[in-house]
Design a protein around this ligand. Structure first.
Ligand code: ZN
Length: 60
């Protein structure tokens, strides 16, 4: 079995992990119908509209 020749330094290990575990804010757009912040390409949870028409019926 192939085995690494040298032990990887903790600095190199920490550098690798620092880029992996970065958190990013979720992308949000305003609903064109009601203006609520929604995830793109998803039906609006507030008014139930997607692509200009009502997809999910919501009580008024
Ligand atoms: Zn909406």
């Amino acid at each position: 079995m192939a085995v690494p020749k040298r032990k990887q330094s903790s600095a190199r290990q920490n550098k690798r992990r620092s880029s992996v575990w970065k958190l990013s804010a979720p992308t949000l757009v305003n609903c064109p119908k009601c203006g609520e912040l929604i995830a793109p390409h998803k039906v609006c949870g507030n008014c139930g509209y997607y692509n200009g028409r009502e997809v999910v019926k919501k009580e008024a």
